[in-house]
Design a protein around this ligand. Structure first.
Ligand code: SAM
Length: 264
C-alpha cells in the first residue's frame, strides 16, 4: 500500500487531466490522512442529522453497501444505527483509513476493494440499499463509465433496492459561479475548499489545510437532471432528489443534491 506518496500528480497541464482512473492517484496517503479534518465527523453528523438513517429505515433496508466508503464516516454511522454494513472503495488508502477509523470506534469494518465499474466481480450477494455519498460519483469522467457504474449498482441491489447517491450542485457552479454555505459536507474549520478551475467538462477543486498543504481533486461537473435521467435509463423506476436534505428548495440554493433512486 503506497501511503508514502505525498504529492499528487496531475501532469504538466492539470486542467487536461480528465480521466476516470485518476482518482487512485488523487487519494494519496497525505490527502487521505487529512480527509477527516476536512469532513469533521462530529459536525458532519450533526449537520446531516439522521437523513440517511431515516431514508434507509423508511425503505426497510437492513443490508447496506457503502460503495464509496472513503475514511468510513457513513459506514461507521450506519453500523452504529444497526444496519448490516459492507464498505467498499476503489482506493486502498481510503479503505485502510476506514478500517483503522472503525477500529478506533470499536468496529471491525468489512471492507472490499472494488472499482464501481466492476463492482459485481468483487462484491457478491444482493443489498437492500447502496449508498454512494460525498460527491463521489463525479469522479467518473465519461458517460460510458457512469452508465456502467449505475448498472453495476442496480445489479447489486435486491429487486426493490434503493440507491442513495449525492453530488455537488454543479448546475449552480456552472451557471452562477461557486458559492458555498460550507455547512453540510465539508465542515472542518480552517480548511479552504473551492473550485480553482471550472468548465463544462471539469471542476478542479482545491483543498488547502492549516499546515499549508494543498491537494486537488479533478471532477466532472454533473448536472442534476442529467444524473436523474441516467438513473431512469438504467432502470430505476422512481428518482427523488433532495437539496441539502430538504424536499423543497430553489435549484440554485443547495450546495448538494441527494438522489434516492428505487428499483421498484
Ligand atoms: N464517501 C466518503 C465521504 O463522503 O467522505 C468519501 C468521498 S470521496 C470524495 C470519493 C471516494 O470515491 C473516494 O474514497 C474514492 O476512492 C472513491 N472512488 C472514486 N472513484 C471510484 C471508482 N471508480 N470506484 C470505486 N471508488 C471510487
Amino acid at each position: 500500500m503506497n501511503t508514502a506518496v505525498q504529492e499528487q500528480s496531475f501532469g504538466s497541464k492539470p486542467e487536461e487531466c480528465r480521466d476516470t482512473d485518476h482518482y487512485l492517484e488523487e487519494y494519496i496517503g497525505g490527502f487521505v490522512n487529512k480527509w477527516d479534518d476536512l469532513i469533521d465527523w462530529d459536525s458532519r453528523a450533526a449537520s446531516e442529522g439522521d437523513f440517511f438513517i431515516q431514508k434507509l429505515k423508511e425503505h426497510g433496508a437492513k443490508r447496506v453497501l457503502d460503495v464509496a466508503c472513503g475514511t468510513g464516516f457513513h459506514s461507521v454511522r450506519l453500523m452504529e444505527a444497526g444496519f448490516d454494513l459492507v464498505s467498499a472503495d476503489g482506493s486502498p488508502e481510503m479503505l485502510s483509513k476506514a478500517f483503522s477509523n472503525g477500529r478506533k470506534r470499536g468496529h471491525i469494518l468489512r471492507t472490499i476493494q472494488s472499482d464501481w465499474r466492476w463492482l459485481n466481480r468483487d462484491v457478491h450477494g444482493r443489498y437492500d440499499a447502496i449508498i454512494c455519498l460525498g460527491n463521489s460519483f463525479t469522479h467518473l469522467f465519461n458517460e460510458h463509465d457512469r452508465r456502467k457504474t449505475l448498472a453495476e449498482f442496480y445489479s447489486a441491489l435486491t429487486h426493490d433496492g434503493l440507491l442513495i447517491l449525492d453530488q455537488r450542485n454543479y448546475d449552480a457552479i456552472l451557471d452562477l459561479g461557486y458559492s458555498s454555505k460550507h455547512t453540510y459536507y465539508y465542515c472542518g474549520d480552517d480548511v479552504s475548499v473551492y473550485p480553482e478551475y471550472v468548465d463544462h467538462g471539469l471542476a478542479r477543486f482545491r483543498y488547502a489545510f492549516p499546515d499549508q498543504s494543498v491537494f486537488h481533486l479533478n471532477m466532472y461537473p454533473l448536472r442534476k437532471n442529467y444524473v436523474r435521467r441516467l438513473m431512469r435509463e438504467v432502470g430505476f423506476q422512481k428518482v427523488e432528489t433532495y437539496g441539502d436534505f430538504k424536499e423543497t428548495y430553489r435549484d440554485a440554493e443547495p450546495d448538494f443534491f441527494i438522489h434516492c433512486a428505487q428499483k421498484s
